[in-house]
Each structure stands twice: as structure tokens, then as C-alpha cells.
Design a protein around this ligand. Structure first.
Ligand SMILES: [Zn+2]
Length: 412
């Protein structure tokens, strides 16, 4: 999906200082991109400085914002509505959605200041230029134009906190709009898809399995319960499940990995080779097609684990096998023939759509009965990287998308 790199010979031929300024001047959203990137909104930090700035920007255009906060009042979501000319601010609108937080730059070898978005050649560099402040900034940059043209249906701007740490913040935003009876017709989440329309992504669930065995001298293994070996039996069961999905499906060829995957990512147990290990735990994850049920899969794993308990308890009543769910993000699939998909295709000038394997807030909007698509500038391969970059051409495509969206939602 990556755009081919510009050959050095071409880059060297461009006038060194003039080119970036000219490129920036051609982008309506560049100043806003630069501004949003300048706020260090790493997920562990407050995002309130950014939110306050955006609220001020919208307010200057006569648009009010509704904030919803986290428990500590350190972070906020922002939801703002540009009403239709007839005063409708609640139904049939289109949500432009993005998260404000970014992943840490700690320990990454950056060649530019990550919080000072910088144009070099045909790319812009900075933390969040791809994931995903450029989309947020471009949506904001088009607010004046949407207002000037007058809207036939509402446009909502939704900016969330704590997406990168589990899509936490947006849940409160979605609850709040439901409570206030705001019923959008569709949502566009601007996560980086290379400006290609995605109508679905996989869901993800992860669990920790903890096994308590019984210690014994390793010359007396029958007197112990070996937690490591029981863990390995369950891990093998998961591996066989993964093979069954690979070989028997369900399949959806629109994904690069066209079936549900199951994988164990961490395992820890034991203290010495001459001790029957008492404790072992491992973390496993399912990334499932939207129509596969991760809970049914988990129930099978749990049932399999049960079979070890009688023998374990016969040695010691203190032994156990326990599972804790660690994370859950549903999958979603907005059918390619939905209205929001049609709008996305018109804005992109193409009939194509695809599906992505990474999780986003789109699933949560979709789960709240708001049909949702994903389409944003940049590529997921550049997200979370040192020297995160986005091609200026992607930013221009995003602006073209917004301009055509204006043609769909504006009265004139
Ligand atoms: Zn993102």
C-alpha cells in the first residue's frame, strides 16, 4: 500500500527551500495540520490544550462544541455540529471522526521534531501526520466552506481521546450523542487507508490464562501439578484452532489475511528445571472476521481447559485455571451498498472498496447503529513509526474528498 518513494535524483532537482513552502501553500489544511501536530497528545498526556484550541477555532466560526471528559477531567472528546440550513442539528447528519491522541515517540530515532510538522520533498513528517491528525485538521479546515455554502444536512465533527490505548474515549462521546438523541446517518473515520474506502475491519479480543499448579521436587513429578505443561496443552489447542480457521474458514477474500486468526503472544512460567512449576500464564488473542463469534471460540477453549481440573484437584485443591479478558474491540462490516459507502465512493470518485485488518473506532460507531466507513490519508504502515510521514499527494486527495463531500451535503 505504500506510495513509491521519490527517487533522490528527483528530490535533489527541486529548489531546496521554495518547494516545501509552495507545497504547503497548495494545501488548505496545512496550517491546521501543523497546529494539531504541535500539541503533544501522546495518550498518557492530557489532550485538553488541543481540544480547547479546536473549541476556540470552531467557536470563532459560530459552531458550539460539546465536551465529554474522562473520570479525571484530564482528557476530553469534542463533538460539534454544523446544523443544516433548516435548523436540523440532530438527524441524518454525517460524522467526520478522528482521534486526537498519538503513540509515544520515546526511544524512536526521529530526524525532525515530531511535534513540529515539517515538509521535506513530497512528504510531511511529524507524529500524527498519518495517524491521524491530518484527517482531523482537513475536516476542520473545511468548516468555513461548509458553513458558507450552507448545509442540506448536518455535519458533525467528532474528536476523541485515548483511541490508541483501546478506543476508550469515544465510547463516552457515542453514549452522549445517543442520550441527546443525535441520530447521524453515517460516519467517516479518517484512519489511514491511503484514501481508499474501507467498509469493514476485523474484531479483536484478548485474554490472559493463569494456571496454578503444585510445586514438587522434579524427581517426584507425580506429586506435583506442572503448570507449564498444562499451559502448553491449552496453547496447542489454540494453535490447532488457528489451523482450523486457516484451512476451513470462514473466508473473506477482501482481507489480506482472509480468515480469523488465533495467536499466543506471551508465556511465562517456572523458576528452575528441577522444580515442577507451580505457576504459568499466557496471553492469547483472536482477530476475527466480523461474522465469527469470538465468545463461542473462547467457550471452547474454556471447556477444553476444564478437563485438566479433576486431576489437578486430586493433587491439590489450591490448583486452578482462570481466564481474564484483557481487551475487546468488535469488528464491523458496513455493507458496500450502504448510503455512507455510496457517499464515500462519490467523494473518492471510485467504485472500489476494501476491508482492513486493523481495529478502529469505526466498529463502535457502527455498533451504535451509525453506518460507518474508514477513509483517511496516509498508510497504516507509516503509523506509529519514527519519522512518521504522509505524502503531500495523500493530503491533497483528502482535501479533494472533503470538497466533494461538500457537494453531497451542502445546499449550494
Ligand atoms: Zn489511529
Amino acid at each position: 500500500m505504500n506510495a513509491p518513494a521519490t527517487p533522490d535524483s528527483v528530490r535533489a532537482a527541486a529548489p531546496a527551500a521554495a518547494a516545501p513552502a509552495a507545497a504547503a501553500a497548495n494545501l488548505a489544511a496545512w496550517d491546521l495540520i501543523h497546529k494539531l501536530v504541535s500539541f503533544d497528545t501522546t495518550s498518557r498526556e492530557s489532550n485538553l490544550a488541543l481540544i480547547d484550541w479546536v473549541r476556540g477555532y470552531l467557536s470563532a466560526h459560530g459552531v458550539a462544541s460539546k465536551l465529554t471528559f474522562d473520570d479525571d477531567q484530564r482528557k476530553a472528546n469534542l463533538f460539534a455540529t454544523l446544523p443544516a440550513q433548516d435548523g436540523n442539528a440532530t438527524v441524518n447528519g454525517i460524522v467526520l471522526s478522528g482521534h486526537t491522541d498519538v503513540v509515544p515517540v520515546d526511544g524512536q530515532p526521529w530526524e525532525t521534531n515530531p511535534f513540529d510538522a515539517t515538509i521535506k520533498g513530497d512528504r510531511a513528517y511529524g507524529r500524527g501526520v498519518t495517524d491521524m491528525k491530518s484527517f482531523c485538521a482537513t475536516a476542520l479546515a473545511f468548516v468555513p466552506e461548509f458553513l458558507r455554502r450552507g448545509l442540506a444536512r448536518p455535519v458533525h465533527i467528532a474528536l476523541s481521546y485515548d483511541e490508541e490505548v483501546g478506543c476508550i474515549g469515544v465510547r463516552r462521546l457515542i453514549d452522549d450523542i445517543a442520550r441527546r438523541n443525535v441520530k447521524p446517518a453515517g460516519c467517516i473515520v479518517g484512519e489511514p487507508t491511503g484514501m481508499r474506502l474501507a467498509v469493514a475491519h476485523k474484531g479483536k479480543k484478548s485474554w490472559r490464562c493463569r494456571i496454578r499448579g503444585h510445586e514438587a521436587h522434579s524427581s517426584l513429578t507425580p506429586l506435583g501439578v506442572n503448570a507449564v505443561q498444562i499451559a502448553c496443552e491449552i496453547v496447542t489447542y489454540l494453535t490447532n484452532m488457528a489451523r482450523a480457521f486457516r484451512d476451513q474458514g470462514t473466508f473473506d477474500a477482501d482481507y489480506d489475511v482472509p480468515y480469523t486468526t488465533v495467536h499466543t503472544g506471551i508465556i511465562r512460567g517456572g523458576t528452575a528445571v528441577n522444580i515442577v512449576p507451580r505457576d504459568c500464564w499466557f496471553d492469547f488473542e483472536v482477530r476475527h472476521l466480523p461474522f465469527d463469534d469470538p465468545d463461542a471460540l473462547f467457550a471452547e477453549v474454556e471447556a477444553y481447559a476444564q478437563r485438566f481440573l479433576p486431576a489437578m484437584h486430586a493433587v491439590s485443591p489450591d490448583t486452578f485455571i482462570e481466564f481474564d479478558q484483557m481487551s475487546a474491540l468488535p469488528g464491523f462490516d458496513t455493507r458496500g451498498d450502504s448510503e455512507i459507502a455510496a457517499i464515500g465512493k462519490q467523494c473518492n470518485g471510485t467504485h472500489e472498496h476494501g476491508k482492513v485488518s486493523f481495529g478502529t473506532e469505526a466498529a463502535l460507531f457502527h455498533g451504535a447503529a451509525i453506518p460507518t466507513i474508514i477513509c483517511g490519508p496516509g498508510h497504516i504502515a507509516q503509523a506509529h513509526q519514527p519519522n512518521e510521514w504522509v505524502a503531500l499527494d495523500q493530503l491533497a486527495q483528502c482535501e479533494a474528498f472533503m470538497r466533494r463531500l461538500g457537494d453531497r451535503v451542502c445546499a449550494a
